[in-house]
Design a protein around this ligand. Structure first.
Ligand SMILES: O=C(CO)COP(=O)(O)O
Length: 250
C-alpha cells in the first residue's frame, strides 16, 4: 500500500511572518492525518517553518536547489544548506522552473541525484502543455522527461522519488484535469517507471496529481486507482483549505 502524500507549493507567496502564522494554524488542523503532509516554501521561510513545525506531522520542503555543493553561483542555494536546516523534501523540475528559468532535464537529473546524497526526498514534476495534449503527444513528452530525469538512479532511490504529474494547462487556471484523465496519465507514468526499474519500484513509487486541486476535487481524485496524493498551489495558501485537502475533502 502506498501512503498518500499531500504537498503544498506556496510558490512566491508570503513574508516569513505570514508563513509562520499559516503553519501554526495548519499543524493544529492536520494532526492525525492519514497522509504525509509537506509544505514547500520560499527559501527564506524555511528556517522559521522548520522551527515552527518541529514535532508536528507537517514536513518542510524547498521549491528548488542547485546541483552543485558550493561555489560561485550567485543567488543559488545548495543541497547541503537545505539538509543542514532540517528540510526533508525538495521540489525538482517544476514546470515554472522549466519554463521561466530554462531548467533542462539534464539539470533536473543532476538535482535528483544530489537530493539523495543529502537525505532530501525529491518531488519531481512532469507534465505536458496544452498544445502537446491537443497534438496527442502527452505520453511521449512525459516519457522523455521521466527517462531523462530518473537516469542513473538506483532502484532504491527511484522508489523514494515522489513524482508529481502536473499538466501545465491545469496549473493556476482553474481547469482541473478530470480525475479519469489524471489517473490515466498517472497510470501511464507508473508503466514508464516499470519499464525502467521494474514492477516492484513502479508499485512502490508515489505519484501525485497537481493542477487546480481544491477541497472540492480531492475526494474524487484520491478515490482513483493510481493517484497517490496531490501537489497543491493556490489552495495550499490558506490553512483551512489546505487542511481540507489533506483530510481528503472533509
Ligand atoms: O503548480 C502547482 C503546484 O505545484 C499547481 O498550482 P495550482 O494548484 O495553483 O493550480
Amino acid at each position: 500500500m502506498r501512503k498518500p502524500i499531500i504537498a503544498g507549493n506556496w510558490k512566491m507567496h508570503y513574508t516569513v511572518e505570514e508563513a509562520v502564522k499559516v503553519a501554526k494554524e495548519l499543524k493544529g488542523l492536520v494532526k492525525g492525518a492519514s497522509a504525509d503532509v509537506v509544505i514547500c516554501a520560499p527559501f527564506i521561510q524555511l528556517p522559521a517553518l522548520v522551527a515552527e513545525l518541529k514535532g508536528s506531522n507537517v514536513k518542510v520542503g524547498a521549491q528548488n536547489m542547485h546541483f552543485e555543493e558550493k561555489g560561485a553561483y550567485t543567488g543559488e542555494i545548495s543541497p547541503g544548506m537545505l539538509e543542514a536546516l532540517g528540510v526533508d523534501y525538495v521540489v525538482i523540475g517544476h514546470s515554472e522552473r522549466r519554463q521561466y528559468f530554462n531548467e533542462t532535464d539534464g539539470d533536473i537529473n543532476k538535482k535528483l541525484k544530489k537530493a539523495f546524497k543529502h537525505s532530501l526526498t525529491p518531488i519531481l514534476c512532469v507534465g505536458e502543455s496544452l498544445e502537446q495534449r491537443e497534438a496527442g503527444t502527452t505520453e511521449e513528452v512525459i516519457r522523455a522527461q521521466v527517462v531523462k530525469d530518473l537516469e542513473g538512479l538506483s532502484a532504491d532511490e527511484a522508489k523514494e522519488v515522489v513524482i508529481a504529474y502536473e499538466p501545465i494547462w491545469a496549473i493556476g487556471t482553474g481547469k482541473t484535469a478530470t480525475s479519469e484523465q489524471a489517473n490515466e496519465t498517472i497510470a501511464a507514468i507508473r508503466k514508464m517507471v516499470a519499464d525502467i526499474f521494474g514492477a516492484e519500484v513502479a508499485d512502490a513509487v508515489r505519484i501525485q496529481y497537481g493542477g487546480s486541486v481544491k477541497p472540492s476535487t480531492i475526494k474524487e481524485q484520491m478515490a482513483m486507482s493510481d493517484i497517490d496524493g496531490a501537489l497543491v498551489g493556490g489552495a495550499s495558501l490558506l490553512a483551512d483549505d489546505f487542511a481540507k485537502i489533506v483530510n481528503f475533502g472533509v
